[in-house]
Design a protein around this ligand. Structure first.
Ligand code: GTP
Ligand code: MG
Length: 470
């Protein structure tokens, strides 16, 4: 008895040791990139996705959650020691507090590791026992992907393009007046360089606030610890006939090149090139509300962003990827809780049309893609009201001022071309519709045990992105 007991314990110890060793070597990691232009909904998305993977009661369309294959999900220290941790607890705290509010704007890279303990289904799976899969989620600004285009552009070309885009916009007037008043062939004077860069950064902020998407160089929007450094103290200037050394123009050119080398390339090398699966969040409703110009601008920004997913496009990227590729890309129109569900297919169709050109090229390089309309955190309930004797499908929620309101955003067209056509042709306003948007506060939640925050289609998102690996 005693002997077999010892033998038993011994084998068990060996087994445990073996499984620890094999786990250390074979625990698969999925690196999931989450991006989108500023205010697209990245922080809310990651927070709600993680909360709903930990408590899976609202994830029926995620097969591994519905059939019980996922046993537990828990947060762990992330593997990259120098990347800030995604502040999950603070963001979830904001959304689920008794006085719920949206989390603060983030706009730099951060990371979170969620580990899933999964019992594979089927006999073989049962015999092999549960395994651990790590999901490393990386949140980074979409504006940083727009910066990829800079790598192909000289300072001369970038300046010409940027000035051409800025000129017809009212918000560009102040910077243009300043840029036209200075002499680019004069000797560099640091205060002049500084005030030009500040005026250019102010223009980019104003462009972002006005709903424009082409707000690159990305670090000008939120410079973090690069604020005030030479890599961020440049602005576009038309090329003069003479570009002697030591002149303002030459120094701006040098700093532009330094930005590419010291800021853009390290991001693509250290973060982007390691991503396996990607979500691109798009505030399509916000752009439609801002008007045809903002919608066309969003379409163009999407095309540029998606260029980053075709490594062949750029010699620097091809070298980084070395044949590896992003396996799946999901384009998600966020904040779909502003619409009654009857309009969701229309929003999805617009999303698909927005990324159509770029999407087919990404498909070509082998990535699987999909488009969906989602809400990471559902802040409304649906309601049909009587409007002049006709039923009107609305949503109801709490406004930021605490008042309740029923809201009708307008009817999206069945054919996306009815929006994207006029946008492409440069229309000033939408012809037959006015689209509204409202900022609802997150709803006050009373969650049952095992339930994550309410959402729209986050389970389908998770199934698309992770289902095949669980
Ligand atoms: N109704 C609704 N609003 C949302 C949802 N997700 C995001 N929002 C709104 O969009 C805003 C921006 O969301 P964030 O998640 O902070 O967006 P972000 O992309 O992280 O923004 P930055 O960090 O500034 O780049 C929030 O403050 C909310 O007002 C959603 O699912 N439903
Ligand atoms: Mg954020």
């Amino acid at each position: 008895m005693v002997f077999s007991d010892i033998a038993d314990r011994l084998t068990r110890t060996v087994e445990t040791a073996q499984s620890t060793v094999s786990e250390a070597f074979f625990e698969p990691v999925i690196r999931l990139g989450v991006t989108g232009l500023s205010r697209a909904g990245k922080t809310v998305f990651i927070t709600s996705l993680v909360a709903n993977l930990i408590d899976r009661g609202r994830m029926p369309q995620l097969v591994a959650a519905a059939n019980g294959a996922i046993r537990t999900a828990y947060l762990q220290p992330q593997p990259d020691d120098t990347v800030p941790r995604f502040d999950y607890e603070a963001h979830l705290g904001a959304l689920t507090s008794p006085d719920p509010h949206w989390p603060d704007s983030t706009r730099s890279v951060s990371e979170l590791r969620l580990s899933l303990r999964v019992q594979p289904t089927g006999l073989m799976g049962y015999l092999s026992g549960p395994r651990t899969i790590h999901l490393d989620i990386i949140d980074y600004p979409g504006e940083w992907l727009l910066d990829l285009a800079l790598l192909d552009k000289s300072y001369t070309d970038w300046s010409a393009d940027t000035l051409a885009r800025l000129a017809p916009r009212d918000i560009g007037a102040e910077f243009l007046t300043m840029a036209n008043a200075i002499d680019p062939t004069a000797k560099l004077d640091e205060p002049v360089a500084k005030s030009l860069a500040a005026a250019f950064a102010a223009y980019l902020q104003a462009a972002r606030a006005a709903g424009y998407s082409d707000c690159s160089p990305g670090r000008f929007l939120l410079p973090g610890d690069l604020a005030g450094s030479p890599v961020l103290t440049f602005a576009p200037l038309a090329k003069p006939d003479q570009t002697r050394r030591g002149t303002l123009w030459r120094e701006m050119e040098r700093r532009y090149e330094a930005y590419k080398r010291e800021v853009v390339k390290p991001f693509f090398r250290d973060h982007f090139a390691r991503i396996d699966r990607q979500v691109v969040l798009v505030d399509a409703l916000g752009a439609i509300h801002a008007g045809p110009k903002a919608t066309e601008d969003l379409r163009r920004a999407m095309a540029e962003i998606l260029g980053a997913f075709r490594p062949g496009r750029n010699a620097f990227l091809s070298q980084l990827f070395l044949g590896k590729r992003v396996e799946k890309i999901l384009f998600a129109a966020t904040k779909a809780d502003h619409l009654h569900h009857t309009q969701h297919p229309r929003l999805t169709a617009i999303m698909e049309a927005l990324v159509k050109d770029a999407k087919s090229r990404a498909d070509f390089s082998g990535a699987q893609t999909a488009a969906m309309s989602i809400a990471a955190l559902r802040a409304t309930v649906e309601e049909t009201i009587d409007h002049k004797g006709q039923p009107l499908d609305c949503v109801r929620g709490t406004l930021i001022n605490g008042k309740q309101a029923a809201f009708y955003p307008g009817e999206l067209p069945e054919d996306p071309a009815h929006l994207l056509g006029p946008a492409r042709e440069g229309a000033e306003d939408w012809l037959d519709q006015d689209y509204q948007i409202m900022t609802f506060a997150p709803a006050r939640l009373t969650l049952k045990p095992g339930e994550g925050p309410p959402h729209i289609r986050l389970d389908k998102v998770a199934e698309f992105l992770l289902g095949d690996r669980l």
